[in-house]
Write a protein that binds this ligand. Structure first.
Ligand code: DGJ
Length: 532
């Protein structure tokens, strides 16, 4: 008997536990890695259109995803779809999606469209959105009924949580192999047109003392929201209310299966200027509210920007806001117009755990002018070439990002006079210039539209992996004291099962003017050296 018990205990020790295998976020020295199957994983992701979450649409989704070469897709799972009648659940779409995702060898992120979808309850079942007594909407500053559901309604929280828990229980049951690697809880939460809820419960909470966790995060003594936060009082209060609600939904789901869970933000117009919270999605994790979210939602692993601002400086500003020691950068949505494709490089160069253009299917809908006027071959090719380039080395890249040894550049806007960016790699700088012929030192003129991008990873002392498209890369010493620098060896190769395979050396014309990346899929390993 004793031997049997000992044997059983040893067997248990020998097997990795289910919990250890579950995808999770790791943070070390202020950097982050999404761990999938035990190793860092870079999500080469794309999102389908809003109403593509039905079996009949999937044949119009997969060809685009396959051409893109994604390793992860985001698909809505709507509350109205899984619980059309209260208490009766239907997971048939998710089951089909999981089967097809596995057949296409991609991982999946379900998007929980429930209390908030672009701030409104459109995806809640009719028995929720038509019953304003049991599931009350917010009141605005004039005491009028607002379109968004109140984050202070316990009955709404209970119903949403019950449905989400049922979803997570189903996922736990049918996805032992962890095809699902993260879950987005709600979609672009918050509210337009009213900076906060003014229902009696909300007003009472607003007049009360700020909760301890929020005060601790901001290093504040006791006081009310207005006393402690002045012009940010409404924004932080509403962010706390919405984030605490979503945190409770996420916590209940994680108690079933502790997958990474995140929230995405409808961004403000500019990453640089103060904006009145009555004029954007107040309460969501916009950049101005990240700290309020961190203080209020400990079960949300990260908050993500949905970036539809094509301006280069603005895009960089948003990426920088969401790249924090306490927040992993995941571009959960971005425009699918062709000029957004290059922003993949600036994102992964900041150590992003993933990047995802929105609306990538052929169901007939396009969100132009936000995105592309058409899901054309050109659009698919521009986003797809990044994913095809990175797919064979995404694990290596994610590991290097976790170590803080990656950099990236996305071509500046066409108006930028220099068409150049200098990356500081420490001992060296890399000058990335755009729109030059491969031969000679003609000034950079920019590409026909901004489409270039470069990614660099440090492989070892004086050795760098360089990859990208339509740009020239030149190295120099950061502290240039006249010591000569040369590229001792430039190998072109590719990765096979994570192993570097040498194809040829670049020399002569291929290196005399810098390293010229074209539209060809090329990865280089560059060894820098000096002579005395
Ligand atoms: C951002 C939202 O999160 C998406 O679901 C979608 O509505 C786009 N905006 C617009 O197409």
């Amino acid at each position: 008997m004793r031997l049997r018990t000992l044997f059983a205990a040893l067997m248990l020790l020998a097997q990795p536990s289910f919990a250890a295998d579950i995808p999770h976020l790791e943070t070390k020295d202020g950097r982050h890695a999404l761990i999938v199957d035990g190793e860092p994983f870079l999500m080469l992701c794309a999102q389908v259109n809003n109403s593509s979450n039905w079996p009949a649409m999937l044949p119009k989704v997969w060809p685009v995803m396959d051409e893109l070469g994604v390793n992860t897709i985001q698909v809505p799972i709507a509350w109205e779809q899984i619980e059309p009648v209260e208490g009766q659940f239907d997971f048939s779409f998710l089951d089909q999606l999981l089967t097809e995702a596995r057949a296409h060898k991609v991982r999946l992120i379900p998007l929980w469209f429930a209390t908030w979808k672009n701030t409104g309850p459109a995806y809640a079942p009719s028995w929720v959105k038509l019953d304003n007594t049991r599931f009350p909407r917010m009141l605005n500053g004039e005491g009028k009924v607002h379109y968004a559901l109140s984050p202070f309604a316990e009955s709404t929280l209970a119903a949403d949580t019950k449905a989400f828990v049922a979803l997570m229980e189903h996922i736990k049951k049918v996805d032992k192999q962890n095809t699902i690697i993260a879950v987005q809880v709600q979609n672009e939460p918050g509210t337009y047109g009213s900076a906060r809820d003014h229902s009696p419960a909300a007003n009472a909470a607003f007049a009360a003392e700020v909760p301890e966790a929020v005060r601790a995060h901001f290093g504040k003594d006791k006081g009310t929201w207005a006393e402690l936060f002045g012009k940010n009082a409404d924004l932080y209060f509403h962010s706390w209310a919405v984030a605490s609600y979503i945190d409770k939904v996420a916590a209940a789901g994680k108690a079933v299966k502790p997958l990474p869970m995140y929230a995405n933000a409808a961004l403000q117009g500019s990453p640089f200027e103060y904006q009145d919270p009555n004029t954007f999605a107040s309460g969501g994790p916009s950049h101005a509210a990240i700290d309020a979210w961190k203080a209020s939602a400990p079960h949300i692993d990260w908050v993500s920007p949905d970036i539809y601002n094509p301006d280069h400086a603005a895009y960089m500003g948003f990426l920088d806001h969401y790249t924090r020691p306490d927040n992993a950068l995941f571009v959960a949505e971005t425009g699918n117009a062709r000029h957004y494709a290059r922003y993949f490089y600036a994102a992964i160069g900041r150590g992003a755990i993933g990047f995802s253009p929105f609306g990538m299917d052929r169901t007939g809908y396009v969100n132009y002018p936000l995105g592309a006027p058409k899901i054309s071959d050109e659009v698919i090719a521009l986003f797809g070439r990044n994913y095809h380039l990175f797919a064979p080395m995404q694990r290596l890249w994610a590991k290097k990002a976790f170590e803080g040894k990656v950099w990236g550049s996305s071509e500046p806007t066409a108006e930028d006079a220099k068409h150049t960016e200098i990356l500081n790699l420490g001992k060296y700088t890399a000058t990335i210039s755009y729109g030059r012929p491969q031969f000679g030192f003609d000034d950079p003129k920019g590409n026909e539209f901004p489409m270039g991008g470069i990614a660099i990873a440090e492989m070892g002392p004086d050795e760098y992996l360089v990859a990208g498209f339509q740009a020239r890369v030149a190295f120099a010493f950061t502290n240039d004291d006249g010591t000569p620098l040369l590229m001792d060896r430039v190998e072109e190769g590719h990765f096979d099962n994570g192993k570097w395979v040498f194809d040829r050396l670049w020399n002569g014309d291929q290196t005399d003017y810098g390293l010229n990346f074209t539209s060809a899929q090329q990865v280089l390993k560059v060894k820098l050296a000096t002579y005395r």
